[in-house]
Design a protein around this ligand. Structure first.
Ligand code: TXA
Ligand code: MG
Length: 325
């Protein structure tokens, strides 16, 4: 599936084509960030609304000033501490950055990814690569080259295969353009890591947690509906739904005493005890439940610490507005 030919990937980028490439978080769908026509092809391939801003991927921290202005000390500190790595910084845009990339905002999202193939690609390409996750808009992000092919097919001009992604959920987005650093999207760098580096409390923006029902399309969503319940109620709820004739998938939370899951005839997946491992597997698990035809996925939220914050965020988004079963 795909190849590891970075030289060819660079040629495709230079020619204005789309390259799907591995990062440590998820696969990205990349185009030359300075080529408006190339960037516009990303929106077409994803079926993504044109006002959604993209993240610009750069090869090293020093390139930051080509894309952003008024970079505050906190941003330099975070960049030096966490790049290359799963952190996106929102900064005031450089005047030359395309409106198509920023969604016409006054800010731009930037990161240096940690995957060796991504770094090689960016270093050889030399410019910035605008890239959202390489999935159709609203679908689960791809963590393998196979997922990219499944979702985007031939709309991708070149697929760079770097194996499965090590982090498994998207980068943490931190807004450093405002008065104080704020997490816009929890991800691969934990809130605790950020607070330790900055030496202060780092809030999570309210909009990333609460979603007014019906206002947004369901993001990060599998086809199956996700139902969130208390950890102790997962098995009971699954049995109840199954008794009503629904095909149920179960994300069984880690527990010291394994609950009795007999009588749940459908798909039961035990969630890894380690939150990092759970994050790595999360999207693959959701895809697996879809593949096995589940109509409803019954799950509970992990403790919202460490990688648990990002997992809980994605499960909430996948659950979307609560509707009665
Ligand atoms: O891990 C990741 O971040 C992956 C890999 C490929 O780097 N990329 C990714 O991109 O998740 P995407 O487009 O699926 O999500 C980017 C998020 C969007 O929710 C977008 O709204 C937000 O970043 N974003 C980008 N620029 C922004 C800006 N200037 N202000 C606020 N949010 C921004
Ligand atoms: Mg995405």
């Amino acid at each position: 599936m795909g190849s590891r030919d970075v030289s060819r990937a660079v040629e495709v980028l230079c020619a204005g084509g789309l390259v799907a490439f591995p990062t440590e978080t998820v696969y990205g769908l990349g185009a030359d960030a300075a080529n408006a026509e190339a960037v516009s092809r990303i929106f077409t391939a994803k079926g993504r609304p044109a006002d959604h801003p993209l993240i610009v991927h750069i090869p090293r921290t020093e390139s930051l000033t080509q894309w952003a202005v008024d970079v505050p000390d906190a941003a330099w500190l975070l960049a030096r501490r966490f790049w290359p790595g799963p952190l996106t910084l929102i900064l005031r845009r450089h005047p030359t950055v395309l409106d198509l990339v920023t969604g016409s905002l006054e800010t731009v999202g930037i990161r240096v990814p940690a995957h060796p193939l991504a770094l090689d690609l960016l270093e050889r390409f030399g410019g910035g690569v605008a890239a959202p996750s390489a999935n159709r808009f609203g679908a689960v992000s791809p963590t393998t080259a196979g997922h990219v092919r499944e979702g985007l097919g031939d709309t991708v001009d070149f697929l760079l295969n770097g194996g499965p992604c090590a982090v498994g959920v998207e980068s943490t987005i931190v807004d450093v353009a405002g008065d104080r650093p704020t997490i816009l999207r929890p991800g691969g760098v934990t809130r605790e890591n950020l607070e330790q580096a900055l030496g202060c409390f780092v809030p999570v923006a309210a909009t990333s947690r609460t979603r007014a029902p019906g206002q947004h399309p369901s993001h990060y969503a599998p086809r199956a509906r996700v139902l969130l319940v208390e950890a102790d109620d997962v098995v009971t709820e699954a049995r109840r739904l199954q008794a009503k004739g629904r095909r149920v998938g179960v994300l069984l939370p880690p527990a010291r005493a394994r609950p009795d899951t007999s009588g749940i005839g459908h798909v039961v997946i035990s969630v890894p005890e380690s939150l990092e491992e759970y994050a790595r597997q999360l999207y693959d698990i959701l895809r697996e439940l879809d593949r096995r035809g589940c109509e409803i996925i019954v799950a509970s939220l992990p403790a919202e610490e460490g990688a648990g914050l990002a997992i809980a965020d994605r499960l909430r988004r996948a659950a979307g507005p609560v509707v009665q079963s």
